[in-house]
Ligand binder design. Sequence first.
Ligand code: CA
Length: 441
Amino acid sequence: MSRGLPVRRGAGRTSGSRADRSHFRRPGGNRGPARAPKHGQVTATGPSARFIKGLYGRRVGRLRAALLAVPVAAAVFAISNLPARADVFASEEHTFRVVTVATGLDHPWGLAFLPDGRLLVTERSGRLRTVTEGRLDPQPVGGVPRVRASGQGGLLDVALHPDFRENGWVYLSYAAGQWRRAGTEVARGRLRGNRLEEVEKLFRALPKSGGGRHFGSRLRFAPDGHLFVTLGDRGERHRAQDPGDHAGSIVRLRDDGTVPPDNPFVGVDGALPEVYTIGNRNVQGLAFHPQTGALFAHEHGPRGGDEVNVVRAGINYGWPVISYGREYMTGIPVGQGTRREGMAQPIHQWTPSIAPSGLTVYDGDRFPRWRGNLFAGALKLRHLARLVLDGERVVQEERLIEDRYGRIRDVRTGPDGLIYVLTDAPAPYGALLRLEPAPAG
Ligand SMILES: [Ca+2]
C-alpha cells in the first residue's frame, strides 16, 4: 500500500475576487449576512478566529479566540459556505471551474441521475428532492420510507436500478428504527411522477442497536446487476469482526433483496448470508472501475487511518484488530498493530483523517487526463481528493477545491462527463456543485 505519498495541492485559484475576505476582518462594518461573500474558501475555525480577533482586537489570545469562535463559527459557517457561482481553479492536469447547480438543500447525502435529465438528491433529514435544469423542486418526492434522522443517521444514498428505464425502481439506504433499536435499511419504490410507489423494504441490518453513529451507507449496482450496500460498525467496533452481525460489513444482494447463492458466507455456520466483507469500520464511498470492474471502497478510520480498499468476496479488512488509526481520547494505536495474516491491507490510507464520503472513478470525456482516477469527497478536511491509480495501487494524490466549499459529502461522474459534488451543510446552504472544464488562463 502507499504510505507517505506526497499530497499535492493543485487547487489554486486563477480567477475570482478575493475582496470578500475583508468581510471577515471588518465585522463591525455595514455588511450583514444579506451581503454575504459569494466565495466559500473560508473554514469555520480559521476565519472565525480571524473574525473574533477583528471583533476583540489583538489582545485576544489564540485560545480565547478559539473559544469565542465556537458560537460565532455557526453564524460565519452559514454565510461562508455560500458557494461561488463560477470559480476557476488550476490543477495538475486540468483547469476547471466550479458552478453551483442548486442550493437550498439540507445536508444532501447522495444523488442519482435520471435518464430524463433530472437529478435525485437525498437529504439526511429524510426528504428525496429533484433538481431539474438547475432548479430545486420545492416539492419533495412522495412515498419515501420513514427514516430515523439522528446523529449520522437519516436518509442516506440513492441508486437507480440498471433497468430503471423499464422498471422505474429507485433504491434508498437510510437509518430506521426507534431509540436503542436503529439500523441501516434498504428499500425500493417505483418512481412515478413525483412519487415512489410499490415501496418495499429489501434489507435490514441486524441486530439493531442504539446510538447515532456509523450507519454507512452507499448503494452501488455491480455490472452484473448485484446490489452492494455499505454499512458501519454502529460505534460498537467488535461487531465488525463478526460475520453473524451485519454491522461493520459490506453486503451483496440481488436486485429484489434476496441473497445471491454465491455470496461468500452462504452456508457458513454463524454467518449471515448477505455479508460480503467484514472488518469495515464505516464505509461511505463505493465505486466500480468502469474498465477493470474492480470495486473500490473507502472507510473512516478513528483518529487517522482512513482507508481505501479493493473490495473482494469474503475478505476481512481488519477493523478493529488492525488499523493505522489511534484512539480519540488517548492517542494510543487502535488494535494490535497494522498488519495481520488473513486481514487485507488498504491500498491507501489517510493520516490525519480526511473523513472521506462519496467516491467515483472518473470515466467521462470532458476531463481526459482524469480518466481512471478515483475522486473522494472529504468532510473533515474539506476538499476533493484525486487519487491516481496504477492498477490497484495509488501512486499520486492531489487535493482539489481545498477549504473552498465546506464539507464534501458526495462526488459522482455525471452522464454528461462532468463531476458533481454535494456539500454537507444545513438548509439552505447545502449545495450541488459541478466541475466543468475551463480554458487555462
Ligand atoms: Ca482495514
